[in-house]
Design a protein around this ligand. Sequence first.
Ligand SMILES: [Zn+2]
Length: 180
Amino acid sequence: MAHEHHHHKPDFRFCPHCSGTLRRQQLKAHEPQRLVCTACGFIFYDDPKVAACTIPILENKIVLLKRGIEPSYGKWVFPGGFLDRGERVEDAAVRETLEEVNLHVAIRHLLNVYSYPGYPVIVIVYIADVIGGQLQAMDETLAVRTFTPADLPWDDLAFPSTRDALTDYLAHIGHGGRRT
Ligand SMILES: [Zn+2]
């Protein structure tokens, strides 16, 4: 699955239960407007999406991939993608890593959770050890390579969470943070 980030709210028109018309309504004063079915009262909650990612460590280097899809086509990011409903977060991170860069990884520890005001995706990032596979650009990926902490492509990273997670990882290993 792609590591997509949707910035636009869905504009659904019809109720998934009864095909009635959905209309925006202010249900509670301090909450966003909701899409509500005018026929059956179904409330469409525009829930956030959760992306599970790993920063795979291969021979002390960081594995990144160059995205082959929008958004952020051609930018660098670590492997990851959206959870399926009912899927364990760690399992999704491991699965996405295999699908995108052909590496089997074992989760080492949680790095952090990244979320931003107005941003629909919650990004959960694990540090992971590579335990098998051959680094390879798979579907929706233009290129893969490893980076030392000193040669990370700070000016060509895909998302705010990419920058923030890599910054946190470097601090964690005592590298002294990103160059600015
Ligand atoms: Zn309805």
